[in-house]
Ligand binder design. Structure first.
Ligand code: CA
Length: 313
């Protein structure tokens, strides 16, 4: 069977790093590139962290492309006070992976995504797990190319639960609501993985304790995850939500989502994601939003695949 071609757009970030680890571990996926965006950390650090994770997995052949430095309509990026507490000052749980050998490419994230969509068409799956600034920029530049991509999956939003940036806003949407609104209002069909399901996929430290004994890469990945599991919700036993890994997993295997809700979403200035009132009675729905997940199968398969990969490094 042909491998699925995937690009992940991320603000790397602990759970972004764990999503990249999954993509590199699933034999059914070919990661053709990583694009970077501001979010959990500034875009340069996000790109550096992505390069470090690739190096950890001996995948220096995969290229990294830099995208937006700040939200649409904003002049600069300011990191939230909360982010270092969840992701560490360096974005990857304050685990020191050194300076990566490779640098980001000259080509921009937007150009790489658009060229890939035209080249691979429906073979390509795009996963956006940071603010939607790069996606909105791609749509603005070449919406027709973006319509050729096989599937576009987003981690973001909150429908039946409160946000994690504010009561209303999930962090990715709240970081750039104007870009989210533009992406949701475009002609693209989007699969959306919101907090409603990612809060159901908590990993505890003891679930991955064995990684640290496999090898240096396992020890590093354990350290990155451990920081987050202890700090996101405040305890080793509670664990941390696998926001971005679930989005990457669902992009390859949508059957992991057990309840998809069809609608036409929009994003308000507050970052709240809600149905577009004027499109309520439209027959055609552009978005499917995940409302329930087989969390046990996801957890089991994620840990199995990443453990097997680490053991082969
Ligand atoms: Ca992210």
């Amino acid at each position: 069977m042909d491998k699925i071609k995937m690009i992940i757009d991320c603000d790397t970030g602990v759970d972004d790093a764990l999503a990249i680890a999954y993509i590199l571990s699933d034999p059914g996926i070919e990661l053709i590139g990583i694009t970077s965006v501001f979010g959990n950390i500034d875009v340069d650090s996000a790109a550096r962290n992505s390069l470090s994770i690739l190096e950890l997995f001996h995948r220096e052949d995969v290229k990294v492309y830099k995208g937006a430095e700040h939200a649409y309509g904003k002049g600069s990026y300011v990191r939230s006070n909360k982010s270092p507490l969840i992701h560490g000052y360096n974005g990857i749980g304050d685990v020191d992976l050194g300076t990566p050998k490779n640098k980001p490419e000259e080509k921009s994230a937007v150009d790489f995504i658009i060229e890939s969509a035209r080249k691979y068409k429906d073979e390509l799956r795009l996963v956006f797990v940071g603010p939607l600034t790069n996606l909105a920029d791609c749509i603005r530049k070449d919406e027709e190319a973006m319509k050729l991509a096989g599937e576009i999956t987003i981690m973001g939003g909150a429908l039946t639960v409160t946000g994690n940036r504010s009561i209303y806003a999930e962090a990715n949407i709240g970081s750039d609501p104007l870009s989210a609104k533009e992406a949701f209002g475009s002609s693209l069909h989007l699969s959306i993985i919101p907090l409603d399901v990612t809060w159901k996929t908590l990993f505890r430290v003891k679930d991955i304790d064995h990684w640290k004994r496999i090898n240096q890469a396992g020890k590093a990945l354990y350290g990155i995850a451990h920081f987050y599991y202890v700090h996101e919700l405040g305890g080793e036993e509670t664990g941390g939500a696998m926001h971005d890994p679930l989005a990457a997993f669902a992009a390859k295997d949508p059957s992991i989502i057990t309840n998809w809700f069809s609608c036409n979403l929009t994003a308000e200035e507050s970052g709240r994601t809600i149905g577009t009132f004027g499109e309520l009675n439209l027959k055609e729905k552009r978005h499917r939003v995940a409302l329930d997940v087989d969390a046990k199968r996801f957890t089991d398969e994620y840990i199995k695949l990443v453990t097997q990969k680490l053991e082969r490094l």
